[in-house]
Design a protein around this ligand. Structure first.
Ligand SMILES: [Zn+2]
Length: 318
């Protein structure tokens, strides 16, 4: 029987998403379940197995029609050996041979990789990166991550740790403390939590700000600050200008180093659109070498929340 579909799975801290994706990148069926990280990895894996069986039953697709299974995981992955080394936000996952477990269960080729790299693959084949061969795909959310495709190939690095854009140092002296233990990383000054921190600081100092009104007593989120900026609030705009500036500084080095055709930006904070993208573009234009800056486009990701499952479905196909 022809292999019409591949299974793509996206493991997140809150939800596991699964999709049957056809060879043109179209999602034929999708479903999700709660990760229940607190129950341990065995429970999550059992859930994944049940989700796969369930999806096949509900979609009336037989296992013979499936080419392979791909899984994107939020952490350090040994993609060559199919082992989850560690997931910083999902405790208990240490050296778990996830690919082998799924392969033994279903008898299908199975590959796993880091979630940002998987999303990059999705954007490259079926999203904003279609038609390009040299791509940097970055996600700006709780952290800042990136996937790199050079000459049509994913770059993983010696220890499969390449693409840690969030820990590119942008402040040499007196930098903010980063979750990695270093100081001055771009993630410490330009991620979702950094935006919230700045907003709260403005509130504490009594600056009149729109986001206080928009939050209406709830905690401030990056989305609220973005909404305020779009409504023209000066303080919120300044926060996004600064955020875009720092990301632009980090990307200027990336542009000089790798000379990409496009930089694709996705993730929760990127929903803010041009209020974030414009200062990023401006900074790259000012600070990167002219030859590389002139040719690089900074564009928005296209696949949104589906990038993870669509990209994962491609893992056994590349
Ligand atoms: Zn760091």
């Amino acid at each position: 029987m022809a292999k019409e579909y591949n299974i793509g799975i996206d493991i997140g801290g809150t939800n596991i998403k699964i999709a049957l994706v056809d060879t043109k990148g179209k999602i034929a069926f999708s479903e999700s379940a709660s990760t229940r990280a607190e129950m341990g990895y065995e429970f999550t894996i059992k859930n994944i197995i049940n989700l796969i069986k369930d999806s096949l039953t509900k979609s009336e697709v037989s296992i013979e029609q499936i080419g392979g299974i791909g899984v994107g995981c939020p952490g350090q992955i040994d993609s060559e050996n199919g082992i989850v080394r560690a997931l910083p936000n999902i405790p208990g996952w240490v050296n778990v041979p996830l690919a082998k477990i799924l392969m033994d269960e279903f008898g299908l080729p199975t590959k796993i990789d880091n979630d940002v790299r998987v999303a990059t693959l999705g954007e490259y084949k079926f999203g904003a990166g279609k038609g390009y061969q040299n791509i940097i795909c970055i996600t700006v959310g709780t952290g800042i991550g990136s996937g790199i495709i050079i000459n049509g190939q994913l770059v993983r690095g010696t220890n499969m740790a390449a693409g840690e854009l969030g820990h590119v140092i942008v402040q040499e002296h007196n930098g903010e403390i980063c979750g990695c233990g270093n100081t001055g990383c771009v993630e410490a000054v330009a991620s979702g939590p950094a935006i919230v921190k700045q907003a709260e600081l403005y509130l504490m100092t009594g600056k009149s700000t729109k986001f206080k009104e928009l939050a209406a007593g709830s905690p401030i989120t990056p989305e609220i600050v973005a909404e305020a900026a779009i409504l023209g609030d000066g303080v919120a705009l300044r926060i996004f200008e600064r955020t875009g500036y720092w990301i632009g500084i980090a990307l200027s080095s990336v542009v000089n180093l790798l000379n990409p055709e496009v930089i694709i930006i996705g993730g929760g904070v990127a929903q803010a659109g041009d209020i974030l993208f414009d200062p990023i573009r401006e900074t790259i234009n000012k600070r990167a070498l002219k030859i590389s800056a002139d040719s690089v486009k900074v564009i928005s990701a296209q696949l949104g929340n589906s990038a993870g499952v669509v990209g994962a479905s491609l893992l056994t196909q590349v």
